[in-house]
Design a protein around this ligand. Structure first.
Ligand code: FE
Ligand code: FE
Ligand code: ZN
Length: 276
């Protein structure tokens, strides 16, 4: 069975998030490691983290997904800003390690005109540095919609990053909205898309999914999430994703435009799907 959850606000700390997750029927969740647009971060409380781990164990939670800030661009142009982003990544992994087994997902970055190869090299260098801390955390590259100079909109681009990093602690988080917007037809051709993923990246590197519908048609490169069944992907296609034998043991996180009651309803919908 997959673990189901949604994106939660991190303001109350880890225990508060676990309790919120329990109240809406979730057994995993995602949270921002810091303000998604800013870069200031309060130090997490180790006592709170330890009680959260106990609570998660008691309720058989799957791995949590920590999401890096959108502003962290490891391949931005200015050397100083790039160094700062790399520092944020190092610091974020230390925070994520307070809950062992946490998956740290982030947007690979935008090369802002420097070219794909240069961007990939910068991302890989930052990952090598952060992963040399040898923490109990796996870093995930999120599949992107391919807006502007965004890296990670194709499996080949993600493969380039994986090839450039020696550490095996790097995996992938598939975002259904991003893949769809990036041109991967998971509605009509899920098996074909997963075969391509397996051939280029390897399904063993897939560690988590973001389950979102999309407000835009296939290949739009837009990245606007819709509630389940209210977008162009549709509920039946998302059911096939969630119940697919290659995917159905992974944490699946909703990032749909919802408040808690909406998330609770969508988690119920996901749990009602028959896993074959
Ligand atoms: Fe994301
Ligand atoms: Fe996402
Ligand atoms: Zn998105």
């Amino acid at each position: 069975m997959p673990y189901f959850g949604c994106h939660l606000s991190a303001t109350g700390g880890y225990c508060a998030m676990v309790k919120t997750a329990l109240s809406i029927g979730a057994d995993t969740f995602q949270f921002f490691t810091r303000n998604p647009r800013g870069s200031k971060a309060k130090a997490p409380d180790p006592v709170d983290a330890a009680s959260a781990v106990a609570l998660m164990e008691a309720h058989h939670f799957g791995p949590l997904v920590a999401h890096g800030p959108y502003t962290m661009n490891l391949c931005t142009k200015e050397a100083e800003a790039r160094d700062f982003a790399a520092e944020v990544l190092c610091d974020d992994l230390r925070r994520a390690a307070m809950i062992p087994g946490t998956l740290y997902n982030f947007h690979p970055g935008s090369h802002v005109g420097q070219g794909l190869q240069a961007g990939v090299s910068y991302i890989a260098a930052a990952l090598e540095q952060a992963l040399s801390q040898d923490l109990p955390v796996t870093v995930l590259l999120e599949t992107m919609a391919g807006k502007g100079s965004e890296i990670g909109g194709t499996f080949d681009e993600l493969r380039m990053i994986l090839d450039a990093v020696a550490s095996p602690r790097v995996g992938i988080c598939l975002d259904t909205c991003h893949m769809w917007d990036g041109g991967y037809d998971i509605a009509q051709n899920l098996d074909g898309v997963l075969e391509e993923f397996d051939r280029i990246i390897g399904l063993s590197r897939l560690n988590a999914l973001h389950i979102n519908d999309s407000k835009n048609p296939l290949g739009s490169h837009k990245d606007r999430h819709a509630c389940l069944g209210e977008g162009f992907i549709g509920l039946e296609a998302l059911e096939r994703v969630v119940t697919h034998p290659a995917l159905c043991s992974l944490p699946m996180v909703l990032e749909t435009p919802n408040e808690l009651p909406g998330y609770q309803k969508e988690i119920l919908t996901l749990r009602a799907f028959k896993i074959s």
